[in-house]
Write a protein that binds this ligand. Sequence first.
Ligand SMILES: Nc1nc2c(ncn2[C@@H]2O[C@H](COP(=O)(O)OP(=O)(O)OP(=O)(O)O)[C@@H](O)[C@H]2O)c(=O)[nH]1
Ligand SMILES: [Mg+2]
Length: 155
Amino acid sequence: MAEIRLIDIKEDILSENQALAGQIRDALRNHRIFLMNLMASPGGGKTSLILQTLRRLKDKFRMAVIEGDIDSQVDAEKVIQEDIPAVQIRTGGFCHLDASMIEMAFKELEMTALDAIIVENIGNLVCPAEFDIGATRNVMILSVPEGMTSPSNTR
Ligand SMILES: Nc1nc2c(ncn2[C@@H]2O[C@H](COP(=O)(O)OP(=O)(O)OP(=O)(O)O)[C@@H](O)[C@H]2O)c(=O)[nH]1
Ligand SMILES: [Mg+2]
Protein backbone atom coordinates (compact mmCIF):
# COMPACT_ATOMS: atom_id res chain seq x y z
CA MET A 1 0.00 0.00 0.00
CA ALA A 2 1.23 3.54 -0.74
CA GLU A 3 2.27 5.55 2.28
CA ILE A 4 1.17 9.03 3.29
CA ARG A 5 3.95 11.61 3.54
CA LEU A 6 3.15 14.30 6.02
CA ILE A 7 4.62 17.81 5.93
CA ASP A 8 3.59 19.54 9.14
CA ILE A 9 3.78 23.22 8.20
CA LYS A 10 1.70 24.45 11.10
CA GLU A 11 4.24 23.37 13.71
CA ASP A 12 7.08 25.40 12.15
CA ILE A 13 4.95 28.50 11.70
CA LEU A 14 3.66 28.34 15.25
CA SER A 15 7.07 27.85 16.89
CA GLU A 16 8.52 30.82 14.98
CA ASN A 17 5.51 32.92 15.99
CA GLN A 18 5.80 31.82 19.61
CA ALA A 19 9.42 32.97 19.84
CA LEU A 20 8.56 36.42 18.47
CA ALA A 21 5.53 36.67 20.75
CA GLY A 22 7.84 36.09 23.72
CA GLN A 23 10.09 38.96 22.58
CA ILE A 24 7.07 41.23 22.21
CA ARG A 25 5.90 40.39 25.74
CA ASP A 26 9.38 41.20 27.11
CA ALA A 27 9.43 44.54 25.25
CA LEU A 28 5.97 45.40 26.59
CA ARG A 29 7.07 44.56 30.13
CA ASN A 30 10.12 46.81 29.74
CA HIS A 31 7.94 49.65 28.50
CA ARG A 32 5.30 48.89 31.17
CA ILE A 33 2.58 48.63 28.51
CA PHE A 34 -0.52 46.44 28.87
CA LEU A 35 -1.58 44.75 25.62
CA MET A 36 -5.03 43.23 25.27
CA ASN A 37 -5.80 40.83 22.43
CA LEU A 38 -9.56 41.03 21.86
CA MET A 39 -11.15 38.17 19.97
CA ALA A 40 -14.70 37.35 18.93
CA SER A 41 -16.67 36.11 15.97
CA PRO A 42 -17.59 38.57 13.19
CA GLY A 43 -20.00 41.15 14.56
CA GLY A 44 -19.49 39.84 18.09
CA GLY A 45 -19.13 43.35 19.56
CA LYS A 46 -15.33 43.88 19.55
CA THR A 47 -15.31 47.45 18.24
CA SER A 48 -18.25 48.45 20.44
CA LEU A 49 -16.42 47.19 23.54
CA ILE A 50 -13.21 48.96 22.50
CA LEU A 51 -14.98 52.29 21.93
CA GLN A 52 -16.75 52.10 25.29
CA THR A 53 -13.49 51.15 27.02
CA LEU A 54 -11.65 54.06 25.40
CA ARG A 55 -14.35 56.51 26.49
CA ARG A 56 -14.09 55.29 30.09
CA LEU A 57 -10.29 55.00 30.36
CA LYS A 58 -8.70 57.49 27.98
CA ASP A 59 -8.44 60.22 30.61
CA LYS A 60 -6.62 57.88 32.99
CA PHE A 61 -4.36 55.93 30.63
CA ARG A 62 -2.51 56.73 27.42
CA MET A 63 -4.06 54.29 24.98
CA ALA A 64 -3.78 53.13 21.38
CA VAL A 65 -5.62 50.58 19.25
CA ILE A 66 -4.34 48.13 16.67
CA GLU A 67 -7.14 47.10 14.34
CA GLY A 68 -6.96 43.88 12.40
CA ASP A 69 -9.16 43.51 9.36
CA ILE A 70 -9.12 41.36 6.27
CA ASP A 71 -9.84 44.32 4.03
CA SER A 72 -11.46 47.46 5.46
CA GLN A 73 -10.44 50.22 7.88
CA VAL A 74 -13.90 51.23 9.13
CA ASP A 75 -13.14 50.25 12.73
CA ALA A 76 -9.88 52.25 12.81
CA GLU A 77 -11.87 55.26 11.58
CA LYS A 78 -14.19 54.91 14.59
CA VAL A 79 -11.20 54.75 16.94
CA ILE A 80 -9.56 57.95 15.67
CA GLN A 81 -12.87 59.75 16.15
CA GLU A 82 -12.23 59.17 19.87
CA ASP A 83 -8.92 61.00 19.42
CA ILE A 84 -6.98 57.80 20.06
CA PRO A 85 -4.11 56.67 17.78
CA ALA A 86 -5.00 53.67 15.62
CA VAL A 87 -2.95 51.40 13.41
CA GLN A 88 -4.79 49.38 10.80
CA ILE A 89 -3.38 46.00 9.87
CA ARG A 90 -4.96 44.92 6.60
CA THR A 91 -4.28 41.21 6.31
CA GLY A 92 -5.47 40.92 2.72
CA GLY A 93 -7.33 37.68 3.38
CA PHE A 94 -5.44 36.17 6.31
CA CYS A 95 -7.90 35.16 9.02
CA HIS A 96 -5.81 36.04 12.09
CA LEU A 97 -3.14 38.40 13.40
CA ASP A 98 0.28 37.03 14.29
CA ALA A 99 3.25 38.32 16.27
CA SER A 100 5.10 39.69 13.22
CA MET A 101 2.08 41.85 12.30
CA ILE A 102 1.98 43.27 15.84
CA GLU A 103 5.71 44.00 15.66
CA MET A 104 5.06 45.95 12.44
CA ALA A 105 2.23 47.90 14.08
CA PHE A 106 4.47 48.85 17.03
CA LYS A 107 6.75 50.68 14.59
CA GLU A 108 3.84 53.02 13.81
CA LEU A 109 3.20 53.83 17.49
CA GLU A 110 4.98 56.04 19.98
CA MET A 111 5.64 53.19 22.42
CA THR A 112 7.24 55.34 25.12
CA ALA A 113 4.06 57.42 25.29
CA LEU A 114 1.61 54.57 25.95
CA ASP A 115 0.18 52.70 28.93
CA ALA A 116 -2.18 50.32 27.13
CA ILE A 117 -2.83 48.96 23.66
CA ILE A 118 -5.97 47.16 22.59
CA VAL A 119 -5.75 44.83 19.61
CA GLU A 120 -8.97 44.04 17.75
CA ASN A 121 -8.21 40.69 16.19
CA ILE A 122 -9.87 39.46 13.01
CA GLY A 123 -13.51 38.45 13.50
CA ASN A 124 -13.02 34.72 13.60
CA LEU A 125 -13.37 32.22 16.40
CA VAL A 126 -10.84 29.69 15.11
CA CYS A 127 -7.62 31.13 13.62
CA PRO A 128 -6.82 33.98 16.09
CA ALA A 129 -6.88 31.60 19.06
CA GLU A 130 -3.90 29.65 17.69
CA PHE A 131 -1.51 32.59 17.38
CA ASP A 132 0.17 34.16 20.40
CA ILE A 133 0.64 37.86 19.58
CA GLY A 134 2.58 38.64 22.76
CA ALA A 135 -0.45 39.99 24.60
CA THR A 136 -0.54 40.59 28.34
CA ARG A 137 -4.10 39.22 28.33
CA ASN A 138 -6.26 37.45 25.76
CA VAL A 139 -9.93 38.38 25.97
CA MET A 140 -12.83 36.78 24.16
CA ILE A 141 -16.38 38.00 23.75
CA LEU A 142 -18.87 35.18 23.54
CA SER A 143 -21.89 36.70 21.90
CA VAL A 144 -25.10 34.78 22.39
CA PRO A 145 -27.13 36.48 19.62
CA GLU A 146 -24.28 36.09 17.11
CA GLY A 147 -24.46 32.96 15.03
CA MET A 148 -26.93 30.94 13.07
CA THR A 149 -30.48 30.75 14.29
CA SER A 150 -32.74 28.15 12.82
CA PRO A 151 -36.15 26.86 13.92
CA SER A 152 -34.48 23.65 15.16
CA ASN A 153 -32.17 25.38 17.64
CA THR A 154 -34.62 27.95 18.97
CA ARG A 155 -36.97 25.36 20.39
N1 LIG B 1 -27.73 44.49 21.45
C1 LIG B 1 -26.41 44.62 21.45
N2 LIG B 1 -25.82 44.94 20.29
C2 LIG B 1 -24.48 45.06 20.30
C3 LIG B 1 -23.70 44.88 21.47
N3 LIG B 1 -22.40 45.05 21.14
C4 LIG B 1 -22.38 45.35 19.83
N4 LIG B 1 -23.64 45.37 19.32
C5 LIG B 1 -24.02 45.63 17.94
O1 LIG B 1 -23.56 44.54 17.14
C6 LIG B 1 -23.09 45.03 15.88
C7 LIG B 1 -21.66 44.61 15.66
O2 LIG B 1 -20.86 45.23 16.66
P1 LIG B 1 -19.33 45.56 16.46
O3 LIG B 1 -18.86 46.17 17.74
O4 LIG B 1 -19.10 46.32 15.20
O5 LIG B 1 -18.77 44.08 16.32
P2 LIG B 1 -17.32 43.62 15.81
O6 LIG B 1 -17.02 42.35 16.53
O7 LIG B 1 -16.34 44.72 15.96
O8 LIG B 1 -17.59 43.35 14.28
P3 LIG B 1 -16.51 43.07 13.11
O9 LIG B 1 -15.33 43.97 13.36
O10 LIG B 1 -17.25 43.40 11.86
O11 LIG B 1 -16.16 41.61 13.22
C8 LIG B 1 -23.27 46.54 15.91
O12 LIG B 1 -24.46 46.86 15.25
C9 LIG B 1 -23.35 46.87 17.39
O13 LIG B 1 -24.11 48.03 17.62
C10 LIG B 1 -24.38 44.56 22.69
O14 LIG B 1 -23.79 44.37 23.73
N5 LIG B 1 -25.74 44.45 22.60
MG1 LIG C 1 -14.98 45.51 14.59
